[in-house]
Design a binder for this molecule. Sequence first.
Ligand SMILES: [Ca+2]
Ligand SMILES: [Ca+2]
Length: 376
Amino acid sequence: MVYRCVFLFLSLNLCHLNTVCCHLSEVELESQSGSKAYAASEPQEPGCGCQTSRRDGVGANVGENTLISENPADKYSKLANEKPETIPERDIRSKLVLLKGGWFLMGTDDPAIPQDGEGPQRRVWLDPFYIEEHEVTNEQFQSFVNQTGFITEAERFGDSFVFEGLLSEEVKSTLSHAVAAAPWWSPVKGANWRHPEGPDSTITQRMKHPVLHVSWADAQAYCVWAQRRLPTEAEWEYACRAGLQDRLYPWGNKLMPRGEHYANLWQGEFPGHNTAEDGYVATSPVMSFPANGFGLYDMVGNAWEWTADWWSTRHTTDDKHNPRGPESGTDRVKKGGSYMCHKSYCYRYRCAARSQNTPDSSASNLGFRCVSDPDV
Ligand SMILES: [Ca+2]
Ligand SMILES: [Ca+2]
């Protein structure tokens, strides 16, 4: 792995290098017998973009708009908070669902991807909280931007990561490099939440789809504006499980009950052939698939969702009350997988599954939803 990263370093700038190496480091293969192997040494095998897309100040458009040292979350939260009465007259925020909390079992003792820290299973207590019933949509994010003048990190950096299978030939022709080992991810100039596949794409016909290309700080800023917050990983997982114990998915253990699709995932062979048997090549309008037992939509699939927690793969088995993850870290936890996930390479559309990105990462398969406390 190290030598491949060094090789890639010679080919790519640092920003892109880190992305590729991280993508390649956690490629999962599953044999037909069901036993699992991890193909970190197989650069031709696909990854799902589950891992870090680090911006190290190289590769981004470094200029007067470049974020410097201050925490963007603080900056943007402050910005958002300086706008009085910013909630619109017509409240476009998502409906909240009250979850009663209590004890639940987080994680799993039968991890499909052990290196992600899916285990061990541990008892967690949560106080009651509200959670948005679906991912934040383009329409909602646009309302936030219209009222605050907020500029996302992808817009400031000037590019964002896009699954190349969605790019037009025109945009492909403008890519400054080819990443032979990971051609499915490309940093595309001008890609951002308004232009998910680059400058020649729009969200006009996708206002009810999840907003994409939002960094952790962007997501945090929206939630603060909405007088809400990002969920902790424990809250997100509790919401995903919907009261079921030791189940893989929000609805149970069978991926397709009665032969029906319950989430927007990838069918076919990644990355070259997406049959879109579930009806969608890329994102779907939120609430296009059945809700889980708590009335929550797209908890797995559609867009990955940021959580508030820092990333760690080590967990205590001690009982925890309202855990908030490590006190510090370099990456934030994201949950639920996306429309790009297939069991053959990214079996992360399970409630216990987890992955991480650097907080300033943004991509064409990563969004979020917010939560709220009962006394707010
Ligand atoms: Ca799909
Ligand atoms: Ca989702």
